[in-house]
Design a protein around this ligand. Sequence first.
Ligand SMILES: Nc1ncnc2c1ncn2[C@@H]1O[C@H](COP(=O)(O)OP(=O)(O)OP(=O)(O)O)[C@@H](O)[C@H]1O
Ligand SMILES: [Mg+2]
Length: 243
Amino acid sequence: MNQNQNKNDNFKNNALDFVSSNNNSEFKHINSGELFGSIIGYDDIKKIFTLSFLSEKPVHILLVGPPASAKTLFLMACMKLERSYFALGSHSSKVGMLDYLFEKRPRYFIIDEIEHMPLKDQTVLLSLMETGIITETKHQKQRSSQLKTWVFASCNNKDKLLTPILSRFIVLHFKQYSFDNFVTITKGIFKKEILPEDIAYDVAKEVWYKLKSKDIRDCLKLGRMCKTKEEIEWLVKTIKHYK
Ligand SMILES: Nc1ncnc2c1ncn2[C@@H]1O[C@H](COP(=O)(O)OP(=O)(O)OP(=O)(O)O)[C@@H](O)[C@H]1O
Ligand SMILES: [Mg+2]
């Protein structure tokens, strides 16, 4: 997906070798090729996730990037792992998170749009991510426990996160797609939706150059409504008119 693409392609297969040769029984059945199968490109990021899954101790990952850059797709892929729990930053209160952590003891705690988590609630993560220890005081009684939990999260803007939280993550910044990547991804997505490759290319081109959008979601919206080049051109012209 980036200028290191060729270099990264070289270790794509190594990532899978790592998985299959790992002795840890918890990971024998992880196939990262399958896990991340719906994501086009980003072989280097897939490799980093795989290494984190295989680490003896938790290594937390935060994805930062523009809209429609596949952040949630990565988190959804992690959701396929056993003992994973998904939360939205905007719906994660301290009390709710602690209840869940004490009760379910997840191995993977996955938080999408973490920047919407209020600062006071983010503090739960500080100790969880550093030592695995969670503590709660309720009705003047205190309980604590120790977990082994990996935290994977995403956000558009990391400025709203506590600095010590950021320091506990490997922070990976996704860049805006180049035109070539934009086309490749659009073609890849529509392959599954049975839109001919040349039409998928036209969709990507019209969205990028005429609508001046770099959002893959716009390709999805248009591609799903059109079957011919003429239909795409008409739709783009009309959308521009009403913009
Ligand atoms: N690399 C990619 N491979 C496959 N599909 C992709 C890729 N990048 C974007 N998409 C498409 O874009 C859509 C949006 O992706 P996703 O929800 O992961 O974006 P996001 O980075 O989480 O965006 P937001 O910041 O708006 O939440 C996906 O459903 C998918 O169809
Ligand atoms: Mg998202």
